[in-house]
Design a protein around this ligand. Structure first.
Ligand SMILES: Cc1cc2nc3c(=O)[nH]c(=O)nc-3n(C[C@H](O)[C@H](O)[C@H](O)COP(=O)(O)OP(=O)(O)OC[C@H]3O[C@@H](n4cnc5c(N)ncnc54)[C@H](O)[C@@H]3O)c2cc1C
Length: 457
């Protein structure tokens, strides 16, 4: 194994992009990821400017037997965008987004954020279904599946992936799509960063320009009633209407009224691509006695970045998740108990609906194995203060323990911490074996192992 100084100087000599090592004034900024609970010290952060930089960084890592972490937006909760003593292949400088309005597709470099995609596609009245916070990386989100406001109508992000340009473990570059490298294309759609570095994604776009969106919030005392109503309502609603159920504390700032600031509430965060007077949206807004109806018309990129300010980089994060197909009354009871016990104002629980378009894709046509799930559930402990790290972690784990018996057994891979190999296998159910075979074909030495790891089989 080479010394850190050798690794840094070799990368610096060969790469177009900048290389940051431990002696560099930018080292702390460069090694930081979104979740401040993660504190790793890589040998080098290789800021790749082009595909050759990626090839070079991997070559240096291979030559010196160093572990590699691939970073796009750096949002991974488990901190998989960094690694102790290894090379961070930081793709963030590779963030070009090019829309082809004729083909109705968008080419996105592997280091772009969701916000960059939203901005570029919106100029053409288009959107790609992805996640709900615009600073999240397209790379990690897509490779794990990708769910958000448009999933019920437009499918998961992977359901709209048309092609991927990939640098493989041996340094070769391939394009995977429906006609080429078919097994790889299958595995990339849900299998995470196990198979190579994706330098360009091509997505199909949808005609979504403006949405009617916002939260409808209720008193915590109404939580059991609201969740039972939501459970029965959402599956019957047209797919143009999406809404995730949440426990949250009202953010302490505009546009929320001061009298609600920091109050623990429950609610549904709605997003509709239909008309304002559509019956389902009207029904959603007229249920119960809301404390607040914040639904308003807005451009999709505005809605998709509405929570960015609440969740800047640098907070402590710990989350636990599961897929669920039903929410029995006994589960509602537990939800209400733990919702009321949220340890900090940024902590939250979300139930994202993934029925509709995602459920019409067969379970074996991509690596994503939970097409029968109706929701992806996630308990999220968040706080800026490291002193609260244990409290948010304990709450998320206890909450998850209480609800896990009501789940389908596995979780969305992008909402997992370092939870062990059994949980990774539970994520992929019957698809795990095929994933292990594809891994053996494309990465037999498990070079890409800083991820929710699929072992070559
Ligand atoms: C605030 C917040 C909001 C979120 N909201 C959503 C949401 O609405 N919907 C949703 O589905 N998920 C959501 N997530 C989860 C998110 O999908 C994961 O955290 C994901 O890993 C983030 O991707 P990233 O590129 O930012 O992460 P990074 O930490 O940069 O990368 C994570 C891992 O992904 C892989 N990877 C990333 N880019 C590439 C690439 N180009 N090629 C190969 N491998 C790559 C690598 O294995 C890497 O270790 C959210 C996360 C946060 C923190």
């Amino acid at each position: 194994m080479a010394s850190v100084a050798t690794t840094v100087s070799e990368l610096t000599a060969r790469m177009h992009g900048e290389v940051i090592g431990p002696g560099d004034a930018r080292y702390d900024e460069g090694r930081a990821v979104y979740n401040a609970m993660i504190d790793k010290r890589p040998a080098a952060i290789a800021r790749c400017h082009d595909i050759m930089d990626v090839v070079t960084a991997l070559e240096v890592a291979r030559a010196h037997d160093l572990p590699v972490a691939v970073r796009c937006g750096g949002h991974n909760g488990a901190g998989l965008g960094t690694v102790d003593g290894g090379i961070v292949v930081d793709l963030s400088p590779m963030s070009d987004v090019t829309v082809d309005p004729v083909a109705n597709t968008v080419r996105v470099q592997g280091g772009a954020t969701l916000g960059a995609v939203d901005k570029a596609t919106h100029e053409h009245g288009l959107a790609v279904p992805a996640g709900i916070i615009s600073t999240t990386g397209v790379g990690g989100l897509t490779l794990g599946g990708g769910l958000g406001h448009l999933s019920r109508k437009c499918g998961l992000t992977i359901d709209n992936l048309v092609a991927a340009e990939v640098v493989l473990a041996d340094g070769s570059v391939v394009t995977a799509d429906a006609e080429h490298e078919k097994d790889l294309f299958w595995a990339l759609r849900g299998g995470g960063g196990n198979f190579g570095v994706v330098t360009t994604f091509t997505f199909r776009c949808h005609q979504v320009a403006n949405v009617l969106a916002g939260p409808v919030l209720y008193a915590m005392e109404d939580a059991a009633e609201v969740l039972a109503w939501y459970r029965d309502f959402i599956g019957q609603a047209p797919e143009e209407l999406a809404g995730f159920f949440a426990f949250l504390s009202v953010p302490p700032g505009p546009p929320f009224p001061e009298e609600l600031h920091l109050r623990k509430v429950c609610g549904v965060v709605w997003c509709s691509t239909g008309d304002e007077d559509a019956p389902a949206l009207k029904a959603a807004r007229s249920f119960g006695t809301p404390l607040l109806d914040g639904i308003a018309p807005m451009p999709f990129p505005v809605w998709n970045s509405a929570f960015d300010g609440v969740y800047p980089a640098g907070d402590q994060w710990y989350w636990r998740a599961d897929f669920v197909d039903s929410i029995p009354d006994a589960a509602i009871e537990k939800h209400v108990e733990f919702g009321a016990a949220m340890p900090t104002w940024k902590s939250t629980m979300h139930l994202y609906p993934i029925d509709g378009a995602p459920s019409r894709v067969s379970e074996d046509s991509t690596a994503w194995a939970y097409r029968d799930a109706n929701w992806a559930q996630v308990m999220v402990g968040v706080d800026p203060d490291p002193a609260n790290a244990e409290a948010i972690k304990a709450w998320a784990i206890d909450y998850w323990d209480a609800l896990h018996p009501f789940s389908l057994g596995g979780a969305y891979v992008n909402f997992m911490m370092d939870e062990g190999q059994e949980r990774v296998q539970a994520t992929y159910r019957g698809n795990y074996e095929r994933l292990a075979k594809v891994k053996a074909q494309y990465d037999p030495g498990n070079f890409f192992h800083v991820n929710q790891n699929i072992r070559p089989g």
